[in-house]
Design a protein around this ligand. Structure first.
Ligand code: UPG
Ligand code: MN
Length: 550
C-alpha cells in the first residue's frame, strides 16, 4: 500500500448547516433556560400559596425536563455535520492490490422471506464490481431449508451468465429483479441500444424464465451455503448468532480481512460500493483507526407518498452529524467491516430521539409574567417545527415529507416507543426477556394497493393501533374541555397551552380521525378498536382528573 499523492477520499464540513444549527441551538437553549426559570419560580409560588393542585404542574414540568434532555442529546447530531466524497477512480488498477472481501447474507425462514428475494440478494453481491476471485459470498440459512439450498444452487447457475453480462455492459443495477423491473430503457446504461446488448439481454431473459445455458468459463466468486443447528435449549442469538457462525466458518474457507453484512431482503444497489469502501481502507492514514464503513439502508418500491417515512430520512440526516463526531454507529447491515474488529460486532438497537410535544398542560393560572412565558413557549414550539422543516428541505425533500415524518414520529411514540420503553423497564426488572420477531417480507396485494395510493393502513395489531387512537381522542377531549374552560373563566391567556397543543396534534394526525370516523374501506381502524380506544381515553380522562384534581 504505497502512499498516494492524491487523496482517495475527502471530508467536508457542511458549513451553512453548521451555522444554522448552532444559531438554533443558542436561541432555543436560551428559551429553554427562560422556561425553566419560569417553572421553578412559579413552582415555589404554588408551594407557598397552595392555591392550585401541584401534581399537574409537576407532571408538565417532568415532561418538559424529559423533552429538554432529549433535545440536548439531539444537538450532538447538529454540532458538526460533514459530508464525504470518494474517488474510486484513483484506486490502483491491478486486481492483486485489492484485499479479499467476504459477504455475509442471513436468512431464516423461506415462508416469510421468499427465496426469490434471497437469490437476488446473493446474485447482486456476487456481481459487485470487484475482482471476482477476491469475493466470497456466504449465505446463512437459519431455517436449514431445502428450498433455500435449492434456490441458492439456481442462483449460482444463473449468475454464471448474469455476471459476464453485467461486466461486459457495465450495468449499474446488478440485482436481476431490480434490473428487469426497472424502466426498460434506463437512460444510465451505455450500451442500451446496441444490437449485441439486446441479443444478450434476450438470452438472459430466457435463462431468467428457467432455461439453462452453457456459459463461458468466466471467473466467479466463491458461494458458500451455511446452515447452523439451533436447539431450543440453547440461545441462538438470531441474526447476531448467524453472523458469529459465519465469522467462524468463513475463517476456515476464505478468511478475508473485510466483511460485508447484508440482510436477505437487501441488495447491493451500487456495484461500486466495495471499491468505495476501499477508498477508506486503502488509505494508510485512517485505515488503522477504522472498524467499519457504513452505507445507508435505502428502500426501493417506496410509494411516492411514503406515508410511513420508510426512507427513514431523518435517520440518515443524523448520520452526517454522527460522522462529524467521530463516526456513525453500526447499523447491523450494509457495512464493510474489518474482520479484526468483528469480535466487537454487536447489533446495536438504535433509539431515535426527536423533540416533540404532545403534552397537554392544565392549570396554569399563575398569570403574572404569563405573556412573556407564552412567547417563550411559542418560540420553542415554532422554532423546533421550523428547524425540522428546514432540515427536511435542505436535504432536498418536500414540506409534505416533514408532515409525514412528524406523523410517523407521533404514531411511533404512542405505540412502538411506548412498548419499547415498557419492555426495557420490565427487562431491567427481570420480568420480561427481549425477543426478536422476524419481519414478514411477503406482500398482501390489497395492502400494497392502499400503500401505493397513499392511504394509511390501520389493520395492524390493536396493541399498536389502540394507543394511537386513544391519544387522538384524548387530544380532542383536551381541546374541547380546554376551550370550554377558557369560555367559562374568560382567561384567553391560557389558550395556547390549553388548546393549541392538542389542536396541533388533532390537525397533524387528521389521518387517524379519517381512519376512525370517515373511512369505510378494509384498511380503516376497525370499529372494535375505535370502541376500545374510546374506552381507554374515557378511563384515562376520568381517573386522570380524579388523581390530578384531588
Ligand atoms: O433467527 C434469525 C432471525 C433473523 N435473521 C436474519 O436477520 C435479518 C434481519 O431480520 P428482519 O426480520 O428482516 O429484521 P428487520 O427489522 O427488517 O432488520 C433491521 O433491523 C435489524 C436490527 O434490529 C438489523 O440487523 C437489520 O439489518 C435491519 O434491516 C434477516 O436477514 C433475517 O433473515 C436470522 O438470520 N436469524
Ligand atoms: Mn428486514
Amino acid at each position: 500500500m504505497e502512499r498516494t499523492s492524491v487523496p482517495l477520499h475527502l471530508c467536508r464540513v457542511m458549513k451553512t448547516e453548521m451555522i444554522i444549527n448552532r444559531l438554533y441551538m443558542l436561541f432555543n437553549g436560551i428559551a429553554l433556560l427562560c422556561l425553566f426559570y419560569y417553572r421553578i419560580t412559579t413552582l415555589s409560588q404554588i408551594i407557598k400559596t397552595s392555591e392550585i393542585p401541584i401534581l399537574p404542574y409537576l407532571l408538565v414540568f417532568v415532561a418538559e425536563i424529559i423533552f429538554t434532555f432529549q433535545w440536548i442529546l439531539d444537538q450532538a447530531y447538529r454540532w458538526r455535520p460533514v459530508t464525504r466524497t470518494v474517488y474510486p477512480e484513483r484506486l490502483p488498477e491491478a486486481d492483486d492490490k485489492f484485499p479479499p472481501i467476504d459477504v455475509f447474507i442471513c436468512t431464516a425462514d423461506p415462508s416469510k422471506e421468499p427465496s426469490l428475494g434471497v437469490m437476488n440478494t446473493v446474485i447482486s453481491a456476487m456481481a459487485l464490481d470487484y475482482p471476482p476471485h477476491k469475493i466470497s459470498v456466504y449465505l446463512s440459512d437459519d431455517g436449514g431449508s431445502h428450498v433455500t439450498l435449492h434456490a441458492i444452487r439456481e442462483a449460482w447457475k444463473f449468475s454464471k451468465c448474469w455476471l459476464p453480462f453485467c461486466r461486459k455492459f457495465q450495468l449499474k443495477t446488478r440485482c436481476p429483479e431490480a434490473y428487469f423491473s426497472a424502466a426498460e430503457e434506463s437512460a444510465h446504461e451505455k450500451f442500451i441500444s446496441s444490437n449485441e446488448f439486446i441479443a444478450e439481454k434476450k438470452e438472459i431473459e430466457v435463462i431468467n424464465d428457467g432455461d439453462t445455458l452453457d456459459s463461458s468459463q468466466q471467473e466467479m466468486p466463491v458461494l458458500v451455503y451455511v446452515a447452523r443447528e439451533k436447539r431450543p435449549s440453547h440461545p441462538h442469538h438470531f441474526k447476531a448468532g448467524a453472523i458469529n457462525a459465519l465469522i467462524r466458518v468463513s475463517a476456515l474457507v476464505s478468511n478475508a480481512p473485510y466483511i460485508l453484512v447484508l440482510d436477505c431482503d437487501h441488495y447491493c444497489n451500487d456495484p461500486t460500493s466495495a471499491r468505495q469502501a476501499m477508498c477508506f481502507y486503502l488509505d494508510p492514514e485512517i485505515s488503522p483507526k477504522l472498524a467499519f464503513v457504513q452505507f445507508p439502508q435505502k428502500f426501493h418500491n417506496i410509494s411516492e407518498h411514503d406515508l410511513y417515512d420508510s426512507q427513514l430520512r431523518y435517520y440518515w440526516r443524523k448520520w452526517f452529524g454522527l460522522d462529524g463526531l467521530g463516526g456513525p454507529s453500526i447499523a447491523g447491515c450494509n457495512l464493510y467491516l474489518k474482520r479484526r474488529h468483528s469480535t466487537e460486532l454487536r447489533i446495536l438497537k438504535m433509539f431515535m430521539h426527536h423533540t416533540s410535544n404532545l403534552s397537554t398542560p392544565r392549570h396554569s393560572s399563575v398569570s403574572q409574567g404569563f405573556r412573556s412565558i407564552f412567547v417563550v413557549f411559542a418560540f420553542i414550539f415554532i422554532a423546533s417545527q421550523l428547524k425540522h422543516v428546514q432540515e427536511v428541505v435542505s436535504f432536498g425533500d418536500s414540506i409534505r415529507t416533514a408532515l409525514y415524518e412528524l406523523r410517523v414520529l407521533m404514531m411511533k411514540s404512542a405505540s412502538c416507543y411506548l412498548y419499547a420503553t415498557l419492555g426495557a423497564f420490565l427487562d431491567k426488572l427481570g420480568l420480561h426477556e427481549a425477543h426478536f420477531t422476524l419481519t414478514n417480507k411477503v406482500v398482501d396485494d390489497e395492502q400494497a394497493r392502499r400503500y401505493q395510493k397513499g392511504i394509511y393502513d390501520f389493520q395492524g395489531s390493536p396493541m399498536l393501533i389502540a394507543p394511537i387512537c386513544s391519544l387522538y381522542i384524548l387530544n380532542v377531549a383536551s381541546f374541547v374541555l380546554g376551550i370550554a374552560r377558557i369560555i367559562q373563566s374568560h382567561n384567553a391567556n391560557e389558550l395556547f397551552v390549553q388548546a393549541f397543543i392538542p389542536l396541533f396534534g388533532i390537525i397533524v394526525n387528521y389521518h387517524v380521525f379519517e381512519g376512525m370516523v370517515l373511512r369505510k374501506d378494509k384498511g380503516r381502524v376497525s370499529p372494535s378498536v375505535s370502541l376500545l380506544s374510546v374506552a381507554i381515553a374515557a378511563f384515562t380522562l376520568f381517573f386522570g382528573s380524579l388523581i390530578l384534581i384531588y
